[in-house]
Design a protein around this ligand. Structure first.
Ligand SMILES: Nc1ncnc2c1ncn2[C@@H]1O[C@H](COP(=O)(O)OP(=O)(O)OP(=O)(O)O)[C@@H](O)[C@H]1O
Ligand SMILES: [Mg+2]
Length: 272
């Protein structure tokens, strides 16, 4: 982990929905210039954490600090103005607009909020080029494949030039070569100094691009650290695969990417 103060600090957050504790005293951080993974089985509380960070969900307890200041009570638009950008697990683009116009609207909303004219890096066609979907610029957003729609979400998010990018399952729907290109893009975004916090089920991608990983299980952070450490952690193995004997031999035999397959099947099923 970096010694520098994190851009984002989540501390002791609790979220309850009736009798369900979705987030249970969770704490983790994300640093500028680094890619941080937030992983865990289905229903672990990952999206709920994103909702708390971005202001869509008020926590029952705990705090969120961004850029050294508490933002726990700040409304969504003010968090966005301070430099938070987010993509959604369920896609949120305007279906009747073209891909290009979706990004244009996102950029213009941001311009309206901040009053700033964005630099050339936020030019709409440049952003489409950058995320690799320029070929779809003139197509309606409701007619493009899911993988392209995910990249469109990312372009919309980048139009606001965020310091922190929160990406909720960004690679689902991407094929292998698109996922590789996406991993390279994430590395570039971090290299520019942005903090990337990513919820992702594709363990190959997570293990290859993340600098730090936090693992949630039943709302609790059960492991935090660099990929190799997290991957070898018995508690993580158990959370994903139900192992209980904790032997090191078994852990080396477990291939976490196999988990991703199960998750993808569930996601595909949920969409139909
Ligand atoms: N608005 C809500 N009302 C009631 N329960 C909720 C609500 N949102 C989430 N939950 C519950 O909170 C828990 C955590 O859900 P969450 O969506 O945060 O999980 P997740 O880790 O993002 O899962 P997935 O990998 O399936 O996206 C689950 O038990 C879920 O059913
Ligand atoms: Mg989720």
């Amino acid at each position: 982990m970096s010694a520098e103060r994190p851009l984002l600090e989540v501390e002791d957050v609790v979220v309850q929905f009736g009798g369900v504790t979705a987030v249970d005293h969770a704490g983790f951080a994300a640093h500028s210039g680094r890619i941080t993974g937030l992983i865990g089985p289905n229903g672990a509380g990952k999206t709920t954490c994103f909702n708390v960070i971005t202001g869509l969900q008020r926590p029952n307890q705990g705090s969120v600090r961004f850029d050294g200041r508490s933002i726990t009570r700040l409304p969504v638009h003010r968090r966005s103005r301070r430099g938070m950008g987010r993509t959604f697990q369920r896609l949120e683009a305007f279906g009747s607009l073209t891909v290009r116009d979706n990004v244009r609207v996102a950029r213009d909303i941001q311009r309206g909020i901040t009053g700033l004219v964005r630099p050339a890096s936020a030019d709409v066609d440049h952003l489409l080029e950058r995320v690799g979907i320029a070929a779809y610029a003139g197509e309606r957003a409701d007619s493009i494949p899911t993988g392209v729609a995910r990249l469109l979400e990312l372009a919309r998010c980048l139009a606001a030039d965020p310091k922190l990018l929160l990406l909720d399952e960004p690679s689902s729907g991407l094929d292998e070569s698109e996922t590789d290109a996406f991993g390279e893009l994430l590395a570039e975004l971090a290299h520019e100094g942005r903090a990337v916090l990513m919820v992702e089920h594709d363990m190959d991608l997570v293990m290859s691009v993340c600098d730090d990983i936090h693992v949630l299980d039943f709302g609790r952070v059960i492991a935090s650290g660099p990929p190799a450490e997290v991957r070898a952690d018995p508690a993580v193995q158990q959370a994903y695969l139900g192992y209980s004997d904790g032997s090191a031999e078994d852990h080396t035999q477990v291939d976490l990417p196999a988990v991703e397959l199960t998750q993808e099947i569930r996601l595909e099923g949920a969409r139909t």
